[in-house]
Design a protein around this ligand. Structure first.
Ligand SMILES: Cc1cc2nc3c(=O)[nH]c(=O)nc-3n(C[C@H](O)[C@H](O)[C@H](O)COP(=O)(O)OP(=O)(O)OC[C@H]3O[C@@H](n4cnc5c(N)ncnc54)[C@H](O)[C@@H]3O)c2cc1C
Length: 527
């Protein structure tokens, strides 16, 4: 089965750097945590596998949720999050998110993030399953890029915070359930390096790239979950993948996300006959939780025999569309759509990983010295279905908690020197990376998409079993390492999805279409 490393190496023969904190990932979770620790005086290194802007954070459109509106409160935000989470949210985690989230977002504003204002007040929009207008946004529909910019600016001002771009973290260095650092590939100088850290923080983002149709950037190959699992970390809720309802579905165009905020401002979903169908499925119509909108769209697509439905923005004045959604307007125009007039063809695509590396409410994993926050982590805050715009918030809130907890850990920690060697992997084999990647993504789309069954999931698991020998030999480049990570993550998703014999939130089993009391619990997997 899976060997704990992807390549052979010997840390005694590699260049070594040592820090207090090694943070893997430069999106909202990694960068915010890094800035916060470094401001407290910690020596911090952030590693990113591409450039600093190459993150899901940078792509986020709709916004970040926080109970800042006059008629809003953390209690209402709590209720909405729990309702969307379909019975699996950890109420303590949600309480922390909605209460501490308010201060974290205010801090982001103090740090220079420029959100949109309306007549001197923060402009707040609404998204699916939010009972209030509570989503802050920036430059209309480019919220993530503004947050990424503001955090990068902060990070660059702090002398004890270093950022190394183009470093691919291959594996965690763990012995006796203690994490000592990471093995990384320096993609500029083409060599391995070792980074020891007294605290290692996983902030590697999501897993969307394991699916053929997904909204995620190329970096989202689930590396963090895979390396943590190989090292002995527990992973939880892997079956819960959020499929976003409204993703551009046009031949030749990418799976470009059309933000939920578009529906929040009044856009309607229509079938191929031009009929608005969501009111027939749910009282909240277009603003029902995402899992419900996705399943309703799929039923409507089957009923009408079409591959997509349409998002109709005509209820909104043209100038509102252009001003609120400039990025979506521009991108759709490059594919010949004038969204002030043309309905946008949309279909669901993989978007967000609710599960991930299991942590407690302080971001600690079951491995000492290893913490996780952001999309890679799972403390149960999103349950079976994440409430829109809660994920950027989650990165800030649980990143902050890691800072507090790990500083306590540092003071009680006596570092020791440990060497790591892996010499048992066979020499690299010739594999057709592109073909196998395509096959994996097609299997995941077919078998572990928004509609699942025992038969399809069992089929997917035999596909993964057939790839097991791959893990006996060394990976020879980054593409191969990513492929192995995606194979492992895909397998974990399918294993958990097969185990959960019910339908709940984003996990829909056509052979078990109802939710079951017996399944009000989490699936935890460990090597
Ligand atoms: C198109 C889109 C729109 C979205 N819109 C919203 C929204 O409006 N509101 C909202 O709340 N959420 C939204 N989300 C979800 C949200 O953006 C993400 O969940 C969140 O940004 C994740 O942040 P993160 O810091 O955990 O990971 P990311 O921002 O994805 O950062 C991951 C980092 O990890 C690094 N990394 C990964 N693997 C390795 C490795 N092996 N070695 C070294 N570095 C590595 C990457 O280089 C990157 O720096 C959206 C997501 C997408 C894709």
């Amino acid at each position: 089965m899976f060997k704990p490393y992807l390549v052979n190496f010997d840390t005694r023969q590699l260049p070594v750097e040592t820090y207090e904190y090694v943070i893997i990932g430069g999106g909202i979770a990694g960068l915010y945590t890094a800035c916060k620790v470094a401001r407290e005086g910690g020596q911090v290194l952030v590693l990113t596998k591409h450039t600093l802007e190459d993150t899901s954070t940078d792509k986020a459109q709709g916004g970040i949720a926080a109970a800042l509106g006059q008629s809003d409160s953390p209690e209402l935000h709590f209720k909405d999050t729990i309702f969307a989470g379909a019975g699996l949210c950890d109420p303590k985690a949600v309480e922390i998110l909605v209460n501490e989230g308010v201060s974290r977002v205010k801090e982001l504003i103090e740090w220079g993030a420029q959100f949109d204002y309306d007549e001197g007040e923060l402009a707040l929009t609404r998204e699916g399953a939010h009972s209030q207008r509570r989503i802050l946004h920036a430059a209309g529909d480019a919220t993530g890029a503004e947050i990424q910019r503001a955090l990068a600016y902060q990070a660059n001002q702090i002398p004890n915070l270093k950022i190394y771009e183009n470093y691919f973290v291959v594996d965690l260095l763990v012995a006796d359930d203690i994490c000592y650092g990471v093995l990384a590939w320096d993609n500029v100088n083409q060599c391995f390096k070792v980074f020891y850290g007294r605290v290692v923080v996983l902030a590697t983002g999501g897993t969307g790239q394991v699916y053929e149709h997904n909204t995620n950037p190329e970096i989202a190959t689930g590396d963090g979950i895979a390396m943590a699992y190989r090292a002995g970390a527990e992973v939880m809720d892997m079956e819960f993948i959020q499929f976003h309802p409204t993703v551009l579905c046009l031949p030749g165009a990418p799976s470009f996300l059309i933000s939920e905020a578009v529906r929040g401002e009044g856009a309607r979903l229509r079938n191929c006959y031009g009929e608005q169908f969501m009111p027939c499925y749910h009282q909240l119509a277009e603003l029902a939780p995402r899992d419900i909108v996705v399943q309703s769209m799929l039923k409507e697509m089957v009923r009408t025999g079409s591959k997509n439905v349409f998002l109709d923005l005509s209820p909104l004045p043209a100038e509102v569309i252009q001003q609120r959604f400039p990025n979506i307007t521009r991108t759709c125009a490059t594919y010949g759509l004038d969204i002030t007039k043309d309905p946008i063809p949309v279909a669901p695509a993989a978007h967000y990983m609710m599960g991930g590396v299991k942590t407690n409410l302080h971001g600690e994993t079951n491995i000492k010295g290893l913490y996780a926050c952001g999309e890679v982590a799972c403390q149960g805050v999103h349950g079976a279905n994440r409430l829109a715009s809660n994920s950027l918030l989650d990165g800030l809130v649980f990143g902050f908690r890691i800072v507090k907890e790990s500083m306590r850990f540092l003071t009680s920690y006596v570092p020791s020197s440990v060497e790591f060697v892996c010499n048992y992997l066979k020499p690299p084999e010739e594999i057709k990376i592109n073909g196998l990647t395509r096959e994996l993504r097609a299997v995941m789309n077919k078998c572990a998409g928004p509609v699942r069954s025992c038969q399809r999931l069992t089929g997917a698991l035999s596909f993964f079993e057939n790839q097991a020998d791959l893990f006996l030999s060394e990976a020879k480049n980054i593409a191969e390492m990513e492929l192995r990570n995606m194979l492992l993550v895909g397998q974990l998703i399918c294993e958990a999805a097969l185990m959960r014999t019910e339908s709940r939130g984003a996990h829909y089993r056509e052979d078990h279409p109802a939710a079951s009391e017996r399944w009000v619990k989490h699936i935890i997997l460990r090597l």
